[in-house]
Design a protein around this ligand. Structure first.
Ligand SMILES: [Fe+2]
Ligand SMILES: [Fe+2]
Ligand SMILES: [Fe+2]
Length: 417
């Protein structure tokens, strides 16, 4: 039985709400619900548009398939670690008598029908085995293939990106090896070519797919920023100084944007977004949760699919990846984690810029480096030697950006010496 469009819409709305009901205490539930809603709608709209450009695919049917393909994600397994959502959706939809969309749920993940189990190691193997058994018995049609393609194209909050960009995210989240990633990209590009021909146009052009997708826009970043604040407010410890957090993060964002505007080759909007989200990890309290805020921010933004922003959460605290451990009064395991995670990172101007701007705020004031370091030394009771080192590290950054911008960055920001 084919599901009616109204019923598909109703089930989607219900499903998204279900995520929050079932996983309300999961730190990721709210964002995930929002993201799922946006994702299935983007897949559905893309499928409808592409179908409408062919002579043989029904656009409404394509839309419904797109809307329903991730149905299995609504049943209390936010990150899909305990179950494989394709299998869950298949069973649920079959139970309701919707065989067509049930099939889509099962087929949408695997561009190669006889897939290798080890290439999907993040899903439970028993679900995959059951899936494989059925996949081997059925035949895929162009609706299955269309949804496979459309599933790879949406950005996180709206619009579309290219397959290559999408895989930056998939590679990080599902921890795929470079070889497997490359192979999957090629399979997906083949599929795109197939539909380019069926539509007689370039699917990327049709959907206005962009080559960037792993960096949130300013509006998306502001929404994430608010989400982070809201998340912390749901915790019993909440914020001791919410105003200060808002002022600091907005301030770093605006300062980074202003400086980036004076540097050729830097993207000032990207600088703003990085500044705004550099302390995203403060959605939790380090003290209460016994977790480094840099790690929290890094992990969450990686999960959300923004690797470039995620690394800023980590790098902004340290002047380089070989930072001097005695300057940091963090538990040893936090420092060990940071060092290990930063192994593969090469600092770039964005890492330096956010690290520098981070030093320019104290309470509800923008201040110079000297003032800021004095305050830090006071707060943590640092000895003269460490204080001097911290000061020198920050001034090195200031000189670097003075040179890059060709002027005194204090002047650009309106900070007094
Ligand atoms: Fe899916
Ligand atoms: Fe999907
Ligand atoms: Fe900060």
């Amino acid at each position: 039985m084919m599901i009616a469009i109204e019923e598909a819409e109703r089930l989607t709305k219900e499903g998204v709400n279900n995520i929050i009901t079932l996983e309300g205490d999961h730190p990721f539930a709210y964002e995930f619900a929002k993201r799922m809603d946006s994702h299935v709608r983007l897949v559905a709209n893309a499928a409808r548009l592409i179908a409408s450009k062919t002579v043989y695919l029904n656009p409404d049917k394509a839309y419904i398939y797109g809307l329903m393909h991730d149905h299995g994600r609504y049943f209390g397994d936010v990150l899909g670690k305990r179950t494989f959502h394709g299998w869950v959706g298949y069973e649920k939809l079959k139970e309701m008598g919707y065989e067509d969309v049930a099939k889509i749920s099962l087929t949408h993940t695997f561009l190669v029908q006889d897939f290798k189990l080890e290439d999907y190691a993040s899903y439970p193997q028993e679900d995959l085995l059951k899936t494989k058994e059925i996949l081997n018995k059925i035949e895929l049609d162009d609706y299955d293939r269309l949804i496979q393609l459309c599933d790879l194209l949406p950005k996180m909050f709206g619009g579309y990106n290219t397959i290559e960009v999408r895989f930056l995210r998939i590679q990080t989240v599902y921890k795929l090896s470079p070889e497997v990633t490359k192979q999957r990209i090629n399979e997906a590009l083949e599929l795109k070519k197939y539909f380019d021909e069926k539509c007689n146009c370039d699917i990327y052009e049709l959907l206005k797919a962009e080559k960037t997708g792993d960096i949130p826009t300013r509006a998306e970043a502001e929404q994430l920023w608010e989400d982070g604040i809201r998340y912390r407010l749901t915790k019993p410890y909440g914020f001791r100084l919410e105003d200060e957090y808002r002022f600091h993060t907005k301030g770093v964002a605006i300062a980074a944007e202003k400086i980036a505007k004076h540097i050729k080759g830097m993207d000032s909007e990207k600088a703003y977004v990085m500044g705004l989200l550099h302390d995203y990890g403060k959605r939790i309290s380090e003290r209460q949760e016994k977790k480094f805020h840099g790690q929290e921010g890094y992990e969450q933004l990686m999960l959300l699919g923004f690797p470039e922003i995620a690394r800023i959460c980590l790098t902004h605290t340290f002047p380089s990846k070989d930072f001097d451990e005695k300057q940091y009064y963090y538990p040893q395991e936090w420092k060990d984690w940071a060092k290990k995670e930063m192994q593969t990172i090469e600092y770039n101007d964005y890492d330096y810029l956010i690290g520098f701007c981070d030093k320019l705020f104290e309470g509800l004031e923008m201040v110079n480096v000297k003032h800021r370091i004095n305050k830090i030394a006071e707060r943590y009771g640092l000895d003269e030697c460490i204080k001097r080192e911290l000061y020198n590290d920050s001034m090195k950054l200031k000189n670097y950006f003075d040179e890059k911008t060709g002027q005194d960055v204090y002047k650009i920001l309106g900070i007094r010496e």
